[in-house]
Design a protein around this ligand. Structure first.
Ligand SMILES: Cc1ncc(COP(=O)(O)O)c(C=O)c1O
Length: 430
């Protein structure tokens, strides 16, 4: 397998991504591991080897402490009361918004909508922007790599509006067929929605070029960044996307929080999503007027502690050497891919030239769930199944894969433990 670093440089170029800004302490995986208390857990009496971070990542102490501190010292509702605790809670909540804006180079803090996660962000855009613009005969264009969260909301929208869903195919490596993508774009394409990194295969998609092409036809582009944000440095201004969505829990923050970045002008033109407190300017039975963006999209009491935890996760990622982390992760992925070849009867599913974080494979004669169960008994956590990406499985003619997914805290020793256990699986199943 060729060097990942060269691969990621190419990905930088394609995606318009700067992988590290400014000087930070050099990446030290042992120091990173010591920040994540759960990595010291025993599972079935064995040291935990956590290889399921694409599903959800583990959390550093700083995130856990920030949420605990919030509940112990600052807990109050936001935006509503004049008392000190409410002021502190509001400051912490709005502080996360500002941190996220800097983290993804949004340029404008008002373009950051706090959501419950990637799924929520995509549904929000589909049901507001999508409902506003789509007419019968219009098209929404996806790729074959998408997670169900980036398929089903668009299917619902197409049913509601009479628009048509189009899907750009992928090739055998698991890369989007760009010729087909370009051929499918037309003036009928109103929305393009594609993942930045595939959760099922790890493919890094050339989103910058895809956005540029879509814009030349006047389409608006949403990027599902759920799997990109923990690995790549994402710059929404350089990408020039219209919407970018991600989840906190995949980037070392808590569950139940996430981000929708949207161009300010689009957010302002969009109708509200959910109605309720905080999203209004004034309410009478005759007429309600709505709050300014982004509050127009944040009805009701949000997950304040979760948002505080997300802010701590952003601080955590901002303080580490991201380029060093990516080079480290790429090295572990290359090592895992190479060593998997030692295990008889394994086949990698998804061999894109630009990949990050994910190694999906099948083992001849063994059901993925059996592999997952045996690995679990050894303390090794992987995901088996269709990974909420059934079309990808169908494309490869497999019902399920075994998915090893990496984060900044994984090591070659984790891979060694995995390979030793896979050899044992092979012995059991012959
Ligand atoms: C690429 C991708 N998109 C969307 C999602 C949905 O994220 P969430 O469940 O946090 O809303 C996931 C989760 O696995 C994902 O990997």
């Amino acid at each position: 397998m060729r060097a990942r670093v060269a691969v990621t440089k190419e990905a930088d170029r394609l995606n318009g991504i700067d992988k590290g800004r400014g000087a930070r302490p050099a990446f030290d995986v042992l120091k990173i591991r010591s920040d994540f208390p759960i990595l010291r857990e025993l599972v079935h009496g064995k040291p935990l080897v956590y290889l399921d971070s694409a599903n959800t990542s583990q959390k550093p102490s700083s995130v856990l402490e920030a949420m605990d501190d919030y509940y112990r010292h600052d807990n109050a509702n936001i935006h509503r009361a004049t008392h000190l605790l409410s002021e502190r809670a509001t400051k912490a909540y709005e502080g996360t918004r500002a941190k996220v804006a800097r983290f993804i180079n949004a340029g404008d803090v008002k373009s950051i909508v706090l959501t419950t996660g990637t799924t929520d962000g995509i549904n929000l855009v589909a049901q507001t922007y999508g409902r506003m613009v789509l007419q019968p005969g219009d098209e929404v264009l996806l790729s074959w790599l998408e997670h169900h969260s980036n398929i089903v909301p668009w299917q619902i929208l197409c049913e509601q509006t009479g628009a048509t869903l189009k899907v750009a195919p992928i090739d055998d490596r698991g890369e989007i067929d760009l010729d087909a993508y370009h051929a499918m774009l037309s003036r009928r394409t109103r929305i393009v929605s594609v993942g930045h990194v595939s959760n099922a295969l790890g493919t890094i998609t050339p989103v910058r070029a895809m956005i540029e092409a879509a814009h030349s036809y006047g389409a608006v582009v949403l990027i599902d960044g759920a799997q990109a944000i923990p690995h790549l440095v994402v710059d929404v201004s350089a990408l020039d996307c219209d919407f970018y969505v991600f989840s906190s829990h995949k980037m070392f923050g808590p569950t139940g929080t996430g981000i929708l970045y949207g161009r300010r002008g689009l957010l302002e033109a969009m109708p509200p999503y959910r109605g309720g407190g905080d999203m209004i300017a004034s309410v009478t039975f005759e007429k309600t007027t709505y709050n300014a963006v982004p509050y127009k999209f944040e009805a009701g009491t949000p997950n304040i502690a979760g948002v505080v935890g997300l802010g701590a996760a952003v601080d955590y990622l901002s303080a580490i050497d991201r380029r060093g982390a990516l080079v480290h992760e790429d090295g572990v992925l290359a090592y895992a891919t190479e060593r998997l070849g030692e295990v008889a009867g394994t086949r990698v599913i998804g061999e894109a030239r630009e990949k990050t974080g994910v190694l999906s494979f099948v083992m001849a004669g063994v059901h993925p769930h059996d592999v997952g169960t045996i690995l679990d008994r050894e303390g090794i956590a992987v995901r088996t199944g269709q990974h909420c990406a059934q079309p990808v499985m169908d494309r490869y003619g497999v019902a399920a894969t075994i998915r090893v997914s990496l984060a900044i805290y994984n090591t070659r020793e984790d891979v060694d433990a995995l390979i030793a256990s896979l050899h044992r699986v092979r012995q059991v199943f012959g």
